[in-house]
Design a protein around this ligand. Structure first.
Ligand SMILES: Cc1cc2nc3c(=O)[nH]c(=O)nc-3n(C[C@H](O)[C@H](O)[C@H](O)COP(=O)(O)OP(=O)(O)OC[C@H]3O[C@@H](n4cnc5c(N)ncnc54)[C@H](O)[C@@H]3O)c2cc1C
Length: 493
């Protein structure tokens, strides 16, 4: 008899969902987590807990947030986010490259996955403030992202962990999986480094849920390209591609957008890896309401191309490509009240002035003369006759510029002026392993490797070029549940 029926590698959201689903199938499950307990939970712990799923209206939302009060419902337009809208978003941002089977599972199972998490005891709440603005006394949600885990990422992981614990699932911290053990082509266990010694455990099935390769600078520059070793890591330092390498070493296929990743505008002076005390506070995601200039004093991107949920994940790369690998975000008084909470943290690279000249003089590394003339040209190009509305793509645009801003274009002419320096923060990598609809890892002949399953960030094929905000947690939930359930059934057969 093996030591365990199912061994789950990693202790983020995908891993916990896999462990709970495997246990539902009757399996004896162990979670093996590389990080010490204090740093455990992977990138999932660093999130704001925002999670994307299809819903038909407030009645669906009530099913996963039974404590939603009538008063909240009365003052909020939750709208709908249909499966068709979710498909459209996935197709549009990935330029139709998303794997159809994986995308179908993600979208169609998203609402059910939320109900499943809720049934396990995970709690959710609406994301007021960041995903809905108040207009005429009512909040209106936009961009398909309506719900976050109670307590954000830490709340989600602590909740999942205590649910796993109370179900008798043991988690071993400081326990790094180093390779897979096979017998006659079947995975039968895993080698570990734990407490300074090497050993192994046997299991009828192994679920890899141990993240992408974003925290390994060599893999970043090898696969994402030059300069990616210079990016800051937004989350955990432990996702160094181990799961991908272990599976590839026994013949697993590579799949998806290996040169692509999720990367955002991130405080230029943020530390090398994420800081759990700050969480996702180093991100700076209110650029749709301002402008960004580079070292040459020039705007370089359409800050208002779409809602932030559909642009933020690809703009980190654009910032990395600028001279000196940075940009400055500039806002004036008119929009300061719209800036997200992350603009008010202590650890921020920020300058303030009462004149444009006074501001640009403080923008480290920027050609000030060019920046002053760039802002003047931008101001002159704004269609101020079109009303500004942050809740919809308002079409308030600039005209005649080399790089136009196509929504939410406000002149920058009312002091105080605020500017924030951003660099590139990598969130997670898009390339990874290939799985089928049962969560089984496929080999290079596209046949399942018996006993091996995968979920979460290290699965390739879902995201290409870009990503709709809140889909990482949903992907981990849907595919973690599928992989865990399949692994559990195999072990119990
Ligand atoms: C700052 C930040 C904010 C984000 N905000 C959101 C958000 O609001 N909504 C959203 O949907 N997504 C968000 N994301 C993306 C999201 O975090 C990921 O898509 C998702 O959490 C990945 O889950 P996972 O379980 O696959 O990986 P992780 O949560 O990263 O878990 C991987 C685990 O594997 C462990 N591990 C690694 N190697 C080994 C090994 N060899 N042996 C054992 N264990 C190992 C790690 O320690 C870790 O616990 C954010 C990411 C970051 C960094």
């Amino acid at each position: 008899m093996p030591d365990f029926d199912v061994a789950v590698i990693g202790a983020g959201n995908a891993a916990h969902c896999a462990a709970l689903a495997a246990q539902e199938a009757g399996a004896r499950v162990v979670i093996l987590e590389r990080a010490p307990e204090t740093e455990s939970g992977g990138n999932s712990r660093f999130t704001a807990g925002a999670i994307r799923f299809a819903y038909r209206g407030v009645d669906d939302l009530r099913e996963i947030m039974p404590d939603l009060s009538q008063e909240e419902i009365d003052r909020t337009d939750f709208g709908t986010y249909t499966e068709e809208q979710f498909f459209d978003d996935m197709f549009r941002v990935t330029r139709f490259r998303t794997d159809p089977t994986l995308c179908e599972l993600l979208v169609r199972q998203s609402f059910d996955a939320m109900k499943w998490l809720r049934s396990k005891g995970v709690r959710f709440q609406p994301i007021y403030g960041r995903q809905a603005f108040k207009v005429d006394g009512r909040f209106k949600f936009w961009g398909g992202l309506t719900v976050e885990a109670w307590g954000g990422g830490p709340g989600l992981i602590d909740g999942e962990r205590s649910i796993a614990q109370s179900n008798g699932i043991v988690t071993r911290y400081g326990c790094r999986a180093t390779s897979l053990i096979t017998s006659e082509d079947k995975v039968v266990g895993v080698r570990l480094r734990e407490g300074g010694r090497e050993h192994s455990i046997s299991a009828s099935a192994v679920v890899l849920a141990c993240g992408g390769f974003e925290s390994d600078p060599e893999m970043r520059s090898a696969y994402l390209g030059p300069n990616w070793e210079l990016a800051k890591v937004r989350g955990t330092r432990f996702n160094t591609g181990d799961g991908i390498k272990m599976a590839r070493a026994i013949g697993a296929a590579a799949y998806g957008n290996w040169s692509g990743c999720h990367a955002v505008g991130w405080d230029f002076n943020a530390p090398e890896f994420g800081d759990l005390a700050v969480g996702d506070g180093f991100q700076k995601h209110s650029y749709p309401f301002g402008i960004m200039v580079n070292a040459n004093g020039r705007r370089f991107v359409n800050e208002g191309a779409d809602f932030r949920n559909y642009t933020y994940a690809k703009y980190g790369r654009v910032i990395l490509e600028q001279p000196g690998n940075f940009g400055w975000q500039i806002f004036d008084r008119k929009v300061l009240h719209l800036l997200r909470d992350e603009y008010r943290i202590k650890q921020v690279t920020k300058v303030v002035a009462d004149t444009i000249e006074g501001l640009v003089a403080q923008l480290e590394g920027v050609d000030g003369t060019a920046a002053v003339s760039e802002i003047a040209c931008y101001n002159a190009a704004v269609r101020t006759d079109v009303p500004f509305n942050p809740n919809v793509k308002d079409g308030r645009r600039t005209e005649g510029l080399l790089v136009n801003k196509t929504n939410w274009a406000n002149t920058i002419d009312q002091p105080p002026y605020h500017a924030y320096q951003v660099g590139c923060g990598i969130t997670f990598t898009f390339g990874g392993l290939r799985i089928n609809d049962l969560g089984e890892v496929l080999n290079v002949d596209l046949e399942p490797i018996p006993g091996l399953y995968a979920a979460g960030e290290l699965v390739g094929g879902l995201f290409y070029f870009n990503y709709p905000g809140g889909t990482g947690l949903m992907s981990g939930t849907v595919f973690g549940r599928i992989a865990g359930s399949s692994a559990g059934k195999l072990a119990m057969a």
